[in-house]
Ligand binder design. Structure first.
Ligand code: ASC
Length: 149
């Protein structure tokens, strides 16, 4: 099952971000899709975080590669938050759908911080990366606090 998710996500990435607009065969697939994308974002974001926190040595090229993945994959989860997934068991809170404008704003804040952090990572100043990482992590957390159980 895990492998199948990975294959689906990989195929979607190959097709480009437009694939994020794809219809899902069933609500369960939409949930798996968004969870897979958010899981990958977390994996790659935290690799940069480990450098920002000094847990692993800073390597500019590795940081850039990881941020490039975060930039691409962060386009994907949102298409999986379809209203028909409200009955699927997950940590998503119902106010995602009742306060959609607020949810979309939280998403945009996160995407903006990710883009700003990507520029910082490209520039390579570790102190600035640390600040950008903290801001991005705060934007992830704000969305989780409001919209995730
Ligand atoms: C991460 C990750 C998140 C965010 C969040 C920030 O590395 O996987 O979901 O940062 O924990 O508070």
């Amino acid at each position: 099952m895990k492998l199948r998710h990975t294959v689906v996500l990989f195929a979607s990435l190959c097709l480009g971000v437009g694939a994020a607009q794809a219809q899902f065969q069933k609500p369960d697939d939409a949930v798996k899709y968004r969870q897979s994308a958010l899981f990958l974002m977390g994996q790659h974001f935290s690799r940069v975080g480990a450098m920002a926190a000094g847990r692993v040595p800073f390597d500019a090229a590795v940081a850039q590669e990881n941020m490039a993945v975060v930039m691409t994959v962060s386009q994907l989860p949102w298409a999986g938050f379809t209203p028909d997934t409200q009955d699927v068991r997950s940590r998503a809170k119902p106010n995602i759908w009742t306060e959609r404008a607020k949810f979309d704003e939280a998403r945009q804040n996160a995407l903006n911080s990710i883009a700003a952090m990507n520029n910082t990572v490209k520039a390579g100043d570790l102190d600035a990366i640390r600040r950008a990482f903290n801001e991005t992590a705060a934007s992830c957390k704000a969305c989780h606090d409001n919209f995730r159980n």
